[in-house]
Design a protein around this ligand. Structure first.
Ligand SMILES: [Zn+2]
Length: 411
């Protein structure tokens, strides 16, 4: 029989509240077996909450726990069935470290799931001496717990989307806690009704805490935010605004090329070739931030300015637009600068100017808190990686499950 100090040490090492180790043995080829006993004689009724000490029957079982070095560890526990002295109903007591009907501790499950995320089910099953089916059950249980969890302390919400299948115009909505940089929702459908339904499932308590919602300039998102989070400020994501200006600049580049190609007279041949050689492969130089260009790229940009002055002017305006977002620190200055910019740019960027006017309130909201979806980009890249690696995760729910598991265990 082990001595009391030994048992006390084992109990402390085990770190489970409410139980003590009363015996242990080592069985070769199997591992360490610890016998546990509940410290409390009473258990709380799962129906009415009253504490009761009336035992209905004992229920001995053996469960897996985290290994000790190379040794597997088994726990012999007693999950008691009690009869409530208040409501009279029978119940099986709740234990903090093991779920009902499961033969392993929650922390053992966590270890296995983390291994699966970095490997595959078959390997992990062999390595740990558990069946593949058991691992699938672990994944299913855990995902249900995680997917039903509500976000805690969510202040800034980002709503964005990613293309699930490359080249297809099918998007899923990604909801992100912008402060913690974690996914708080992944919806197959980015329709307004789907997002409303999902957000409503969080309940008012969560929604009322949100002070800012960052969106791309898509009307349904704005209407969702106004409907469900009336106190939150809606901010147009700066990178999405910039993207639109860049797209229009690129449109200008293509038009310039087309115009030159339309020159057919013999005498224009030489100038046509010169301009075309400058405009070829000019997209990157035009769209990249000017301050990030290397010397060769700067030379290329100067050539563009020379042979295609209107395109040069558009590029100049794009850079001025970018500056506004870097330099302005409050919404009044931001608004004034944007007004100046629109006056100059209207002729060259009619579409972007239209969008900016329609979304001016959400765009200038940026200048006060400088909230962006910068975090979302990293998250989207990670999601794409998961999608690629998601062997055996063929449908959306499996993809979602794996994504949530990755974020759940990343922190
Ligand atoms: Zn009861």
């Amino acid at each position: 029989m082990p001595s009391n100090p030994e048992l006390k040490l084992m109990t402390n090492l085990l770190k489970f509240p409410g139980v003590k180790v009363i015996n242990y043995s080592f069985i070769s080829e199997i591992g360490v077996v610890l016998c546990l006993e509940n410290i409390e004689k009473e258990a709380a009724c799962i129906h009415c909450g009253a504490k009761t000490s009336k035992l209905h029957q004992n229920n001995q079982l053996t469960i897996r726990d985290l290994p000790l070095g190379e040794q597997a560890v088994y726990l012999k526990i007693n999950r008691r069935q009690m009869t409530c002295q208040k409501c009279g109903k029978k119940f099986t007591e709740e234990l903090s470290y093991v779920q009902k009907k499961r033969t392993y501790t929650t922390r053992f499950r966590k270890k296995i799931v983390i291994e699966v995320l970095n490997s595959d089910i078959k390997n992990v099953a062999e390595r740990n001496g558990v069946s593949e089916q058991e691992i699938e059950t672990m994944l299913k249980d855990l995902s249900e717990e995680i997917l039903n969890e509500k976000p805690k302390n969510l202040k800034r919400l980002g709503i964005d989307e990613i293309a699930l299948v490359k080249g297809q115009k099918k998007y899923c909505a990604v909801l992100v806690d912008l402060d913690k940089r974690v996914i708080v929702g992944l919806l197959e459908d980015r329709t307004e009704s789907a997002i409303v339904e999902y957000l409503e499932s969080w309940g008012e308590e969560v929604l009322e805490q949100i002070i800012e919602v960052s969106i791309d300039m898509w009307k349904p998102y704005k209407s969702v935010a106004n409907k469900l989070m009336p106190k939150a400020e809606v901010v147009a994501d700066r990178f999405h605004v910039m993207k639109q200006v860049n797209e229009e600049l690129d449109q200008g580049r293509r038009e310039a090329k087309k115009e030159v190609k339309a020159l057919t007279k013999k005498k224009d041949e030489k100038i046509k070739n010169t301009i075309l050689s400058v405009l070829t492969k000019s997209k990157y130089v035009l769209l990249k931030n000017q301050s990030d260009l290397n010397i060769e790229e700067k030379v290329k940009l100067e050539e563009i300015y020379k042979v295609a002055p209107i395109l040069g002017m558009k590029h100049q305006l794009k850079e001025e637009f970018r500056e506004i977002f870097i330099k302005q620190k409050n919404w009044v200055d931001g608004l004034l600068k944007l007004g100046d910019w629109i006056a100059k740019a209207l002729e060259y960027f009619p579409e972007s100017c239209g969008t900016i006017r329609r979304w001016i309130g959400e765009i200038i909201a940026y200048f006060d808190n400088r909230t962006t979806q910068g975090a979302v980009e990293g998250i989207n890249n990670k999601l794409k990686l998961i999608k690629r690696r998601a062997y055996g995760f063929r449908n959306f729910n499996n993809f979602k499950l794996r994504s949530f598991l990755v974020w759940h265990f990343a922190g």
